[in-house]
Design a protein around this ligand. Sequence first.
Ligand SMILES: C[S@@+](CC[C@H](N)C(=O)[O-])C[C@H]1O[C@@H](n2cnc3c(N)ncnc32)[C@H](O)[C@@H]1O
Length: 208
Amino acid sequence: MGRFDSFYAAPYALLEKAIKKHIKNKWIILDMGCGDGVIEELISKHHQGCVIHCVDFSAEELAKLKEYPETEIVKHHSDIHEFLKTNQIKFNAIVVNTVLHEINTPSDQSNYMRTFYDLCHQNMLEGGKLIIGDHYFPPEVPDDLVKEFRKFQLASIGHADLREKFVNPEIILTQVRGFRFMHQKEIVSGKGIDRRYYVFVLEREKSQ
Ligand SMILES: C[S@@+](CC[C@H](N)C(=O)[O-])C[C@H]1O[C@@H](n2cnc3c(N)ncnc32)[C@H](O)[C@@H]1O
């Protein structure tokens, strides 16, 4: 094991607990930036009869999605924002895992999160659950160490996002509107650096 190894199993285990507890059978769910389908596998493991709308702008990733007897998978080859602006379905749940940092605007995280919450609110039923998972580096972690970690990550997985792209947990909470806070859990997800992974569960409130 190298100095900075990342532990991907632990974040998915934390997300799985939230999916098990907060998603229900027969729900209509949006998976924003579904990637190769880990979330579809986790939902199918714990719930029956869900319909999952999987949105990703990568056709290559969408092609990797598997089929599950318990679940209906509907693929959407689209940018997340374009999808949310035109979609007519009201979801029971939206899952957005390790994607916020890819769609975030580094120059103005708070403004970005307000737009994100408004779009999620428009696309959900009252009482629906918004499940957000992502990584971040706490402010105490020196920039030089993050730069060193990014080099390691680039060499091991082929990409490494800028520190400023990650949405810190206080921004998730301070910018929230239209949702009620329900649950937050966090773990250290790397070795050699304090890189963290959080899961938030928020409940959609009534429209004003
Ligand atoms: C790090 S992967 C996460 C995959 C999955 N959510 C998971 O937890 O395993 C991020 C995914 O988001 C997709 N993505 C990033 N920005 C996007 C956007 N603006 N619109 C649609 N998909 C996007 C990428 O193509 C990629 O498949």
